[in-house]
Design a protein. Sequence first.
Length: 164
Amino acid sequence: MVGDTSPYDPSDGHDDLSGLDFSYPAAAGDPSDDSGLAAFDDYAPPLPSDAGDAGPLFTVTNPPGTVTVTTHLDGGVQHIALTPRVTNMSETELAEEIVVIAGLATQDARSAQYEVMLDGMRRQGHDDPATRDFLQRDLDLPTPEEAQARRAEVFTTRYADSHE
């Protein structure tokens, strides 16, 4: 069939869309290539720093020392560390262990939220039982004492037969 091929070479830059290309190629490292867009740099949000403060972290390790979970202040898991001894556990046991330890680390983080919020409320003059009730009942934040008690309860019941 006649005309199956285009008379234009797609690699030569001359096609129907080349009319929309209004930028000029600049030599690499050419300082004269100032498009004027640098003026908007003052209005751009700062880029997050990788070396910045990640905030407080909360780490819990199970008594056998096989699973360690670290969470952020919001309770999100930051890191899970496993020792080679986890190979002696089934997948189901390991998954359950990670969930339990992550739950305890998250509870520690939430108890820190309680402390931070209570401290902020105190600075605003709201240091009364109603404030503590609001934090515990409405926001479901455990006190640090409750988090410690829960960890002790889980460790004593879950690992009572463990002698590692």
